[in-house]
Design a protein around this ligand. Structure first.
Ligand code: BES
Ligand code: MN
Ligand code: ZN
Length: 499
């Protein structure tokens, strides 16, 4: 796709998409469309309700040329993810016969006050509509044509400048999302910890940030004992990946530490999982993917922040060497852990990642993302990630970013009452209480033991949202959850420090 921006509709393309939010009174828009197309306004009104992803086509001729207008519904009060998904769906359904020249108009009065946000999400969505999940198919469909479409975006003159910036970031987001989708959707045999490490190295070289990979030997030397214990049953060595983006020139406004769970496949270990749906455990590195995507985007956008990503990466597999239930292991922090359940492996590797991030970087803010618990899915379903934090201001900022992008977060408590569930008879603490209730909370309480009392920590349990059912694939597939959200949060920090 090629994109151009215009500030007036001098040339009307053969096909024009008009994105429309659902609101009480769409009559003014419908009358305009009626005047243009000769279709009575009341017919348009009865056939198009502007619901999410709803598309309706109008035909007319102008100067003896056939023209099409696609009305594209965005639903009520659309957040950027709703705009993105409407356009993604639009292209996805039509990718074999997308018009060679397609306009998107933000000129009508129902367009938002700040169309730049929509332009960014629109471009991101149009490009992701072309996303091809069939990475390993030996025969490709004839769908590449859509990739050649020319997209003309119309905004009013006063918004031209902001829209030009938004257009570029939409392209940047789509490229990063595509990479991250490919990683999260990849099967475990194509996605060892080494593959994640190589992805980070390549991305760092391409976008100008530092990447340090610690190999197995170095992981032992560092004393990442919890990561080592999870890796024991795996034929593939672990990797400890540290990504560090620093702005050029000026002193960064803040230092943000991000930690992502990088389990490239979770069998459960000796506390093995049932086989139904076990294949989805290839995506147990969704937290790592969100962190890697965020750092890549921070570098592309040249944010004036120092952003550090820490990814402990390993499989959780079964072998004679595997850690056994009841084993007592060490940690980078120094505490000993009784491993009651080897399937509670995410918190073990995150424990080492969190302590490492705090001790080695002293970030102002510490955030981890992990597909951590089935309990979080039972609590919030697939509609929101669980948010845990010891800092109310940070919660406010993250929730506000999440409301803007539409990647929902819901705060759950971290009361100390839950801590006693983690008391062990033989070690400093255990990794699972044996009690399945409030599992997402006790997991968060476990992590809290390893943050060295950091005053601004947030944990996001994204087990229910990192992959989802959608029209884009027959099985659950990657959503990229967290990247737009964290970039929105980081951008808001920049605006705040400059205000
Ligand atoms: N990776 C899983 C959590 C998960 C489950 C993510 C389903 C996505 C979909 C995690 O490692 C896990 O196995 N958690 C256990 C913890 C329990 C043994 C304390 C769980 O939630 O059942
Ligand atoms: Mn597990
Ligand atoms: Zn897991």
């Amino acid at each position: 796709m090629q994109f151009t921006l215009h500030h007036q509709a001098t040339i009307l393309p053969d096909a024009l998409v008009v994105p429309i939010a659902q609101q009480a009174d769409l009559d003014a828009i419908f009358s305009l469309l009626a005047a243009k197309t000769n279709v009575p306004a009341d017919l348009i009104k009865s056939d198009f309700k502007a619901g999410p992803k709803e598309a309706h086509t109008l035909y007319f001729t102008e100067n003896q040329q056939s023209k099409r207008i696609f009305l594209l519904g965005l639903g009520e009060n659309p957040r950027s993810i709703d705009v993105l998904n409407a356009f993604r769906s639009f292209v996805f359904k039509r990718k074999s016969n997308l018009p060679a020249n397609l306009g998107v108009s933000f000129l009508h009065q129902n367009a938002p006050a700040e169309p730049a946000v929509w332009v960014e999400a629109t471009v991101n969505g149009l490009l992701l509509g072309l996303y091809d999940i069939g990475l390993y198919k030996t025969t490709k469909k004839e769908e590449e044509k859509a990739a050649d479409s020319e997209i003309e975006i119309f905004v009013t003159e006063q918004h031209l400048e902001a829209a030009a910036v938004a257009l570029q970031s939409g392209i940047a987001f789509a490229a990063t999302h595509t990479e991250i989708f490919n990683l999260v959707n990849a099967p475990a045999n194509k996605k060892t910890p080494q593959v994640l490490a190589e992805w980070a190295e390549k991305s760092g070289q391409k976008h100008g940030y530092e990447v340090k990979i610690f190999n197995e030997k170095e992981i032992h030397a560092l004393g990442l004992h919890a990561l080592i214990s999870v890796n024991r049953g795996s034929e593939n060595p672990p990797a400890f990946i540290v990504l560090e983006y620093k702005p050029k020139g000026n002193r960064p406004l803040k230092k943000i530490g991000l930690v992502g769970k990088g389990v490239t496949f979770d069998t459960g270990g000796l506390s093995i999982k049932p086989s139904t749906n076990m294949h989805y455990m290839k995506s147990d590195m969704g937290g790592a993917a969100a962190v890697m995507g965020t750092i890549e985007m921070a570098a592309k956008l040249q944010l004036p922040l120092h952003v550090i990503g820490v990814i402990p990466a390993t499989e959780n597999s079964v072998d004679a060497m595997s850690t056994k239930p009841g084993d007592v292991i060490g940690s980078y922090q120094g505490k000993t852990i009784e491993v009651i359940d080897t399937d509670a492996e995410g918190r073990l590797i995150l424990a080492d990642g969190l302590t490492y991030a705090v001790r080695n970087f002293e970030p102002d803010v510490l955030i981890d993302l992990a597909t951590l618990t089935g309990s979080c899915i039972r609590t919030l379903g697939t509609y929101a990630g669980g948010l845990f934090s010891n800092n109310d201001d940070l919660v406010g900022q993250l929730i506000s970013a999440s409301e803007k992008t539409g990647e929902r977060l819901w705060r759950l408590p971290l009361w100390d009452d839950y801590k006693k569930e983690l008391k062990s008879d033989v070690a400093d603490l255990k990794n699972f209480s044996g009690n399945p209730s409030a599992g997402a909370i006790t997991a968060a309480k476990f992590l809290e033991e390893f943050i060295e009392k950091h005053p601004a920590w947030a944990h996001m349990d994204i087990a229910g949202v990192a992959v989802s059912d959608s029209e884009f694939s027959s099985q659950k597939s990657a959503t990229g959850f967290g990247i737009r959200l964290l970039i929105e949060y980081l951008t808001s920090l920049v605006a705040e420090s400059r205000a």
